[in-house]
Design a protein around this ligand. Structure first.
Ligand code: FDA
Length: 282
């Protein structure tokens, strides 16, 4: 099955190296799009691997400066050692955030499965005491997220709103897509009204137009928020929003550990599942 998934991965992943990621970022920049580059990796089990991830991100930050493209970075705390200890993940994230701050750059913390939600928020708030250049993703699929969002808005945190890509237990999450979308819209309005340069991260054209209408009704300038989308999804929408004057940032994953990310992209689209099944039986 891995060879079939590798075909699918090519759509969503820039390649295996920093050079691949930088060339994707340059191409997007030429189309008026910004980037957030992610070195693929999660759930590392040993400290050495977490330190290797830090070194990779420090190099990535240097390469972003040299390239002249406008790109932030996006990290997962389990790649930085959260399964080993909170302290290790914090220290590693702190090293990346400190370097990014010295270069006037920004670090997004991705949000992983619900087992990590509270610890990710706690580490984020701790980081933010000295590193204002850090933002956090929050998932509208989780029932707790509206309360989390209130706290984050009170702390003037920079939030990336997403629907959520992990399979979650029904007791703590919305199971119906319409409820996830409804919660997204409510949280999106709160962020647009009260958030600190929020990122509306979705490919859902209805929600994107709802954000635009809401911002225009409330006289919220387009420079006060940004749209974010994933590499390989809705490319023409990305470009058309940028040409309408909106800030659009594309999340660019790269690296050799592409399987978990590709599986999440597979599971959120039934056409992808059909593609894999068809190729298995062909
Ligand atoms: P929805 O699933 O309703 O899709 C809307 C439309 O987009 C679909 O109809 C289809 O046309 C297109 N589309 C969606 N997924 C596609 C796919 N895989 N292939 C092709 N087309 C597709 N999640 C998380 O849990 N933690 C995180 O930190 C992040 N970070 C993140 C950053 C950024 C920049 C984005 C855009 C997304 C994330 N996500 C995430 C993923 C997010 O939670 C969600 O799984 C995906 O964005 C898909 O949901 P949509 O909002 O696009 O809506």
């Amino acid at each position: 099955m891995k060879p079939i998934l590798s075909i699918l991965a090519r759509r969503y992943i820039a390649g295996e190296t920093i050079t691949d990621a930088m060339s994707a970022a340059k191409q997007l920049y030429g189309d008026g799009l910004l980037a957030a580059i992610d070195n693929l990796g999660e759930n590392v089990r040993d400290e050495q691997s977490s330190l290797a991830a830090v070194r990779e991100y420090l190099k990535l930050l240097d390469d972003i400066i040299c390239s002249g493209v406008r790109s932030t970075v996006s990290v997962k705390l389990t790649q930085l050692g959260l399964d080993i200890s909170d302290e290790l993940a914090f220290q590693n994230a702190e090293a990346i955030a400190a370097k990014a701050l010295s270069q006037n750059n920004f670090v997004w913390l991705d949000m992983e499965g619900s087992a990590y939600t509270q610890r990710t928020i706690d580490i984020f708030l701790r980081l933010r005491k000295d590193r204002p250049n850090v933002g956090i993703a929050i998932q509208s699929c989780l029932k707790r997220s509206r309360a989390d969002l209130r706290l984050l808005i009170e702390r003037h945190a920079c939030v990336r709103l997403v629907k959520g890509a992990y399979k979650e237990p029904p007791e703590i999450s919305f199971k119906e897509k319409k409820d996830v979308d409804k919660n997204f819209e409510i949280m999106m309005r709160e962020l647009l009204l009260e958030g600190n340069r929020p990122a509306i991260a979705t490919h859902d054209p209805r929600l994107i137009e709802a954000a635009i209408s809401f911002a225009s009704e409330r006289n919220i300038p387009s420079k006060d928020f940004e749209f974010q989308m994933l590499l390989g999804i809705k490319r023409s929408l990305q470009k058309s929003l940028a040409s309408r004057g909106y800030t659009v940032r594309v999340y660019i994953p790269y690296g050799t550990n592409w399987l978990p990310y590709t599986m999440r992209r597979l599971m959120e689209r039934k056409e992808n599942i059909f593609f894999v099944i068809k190729n298995i039986f062909d």
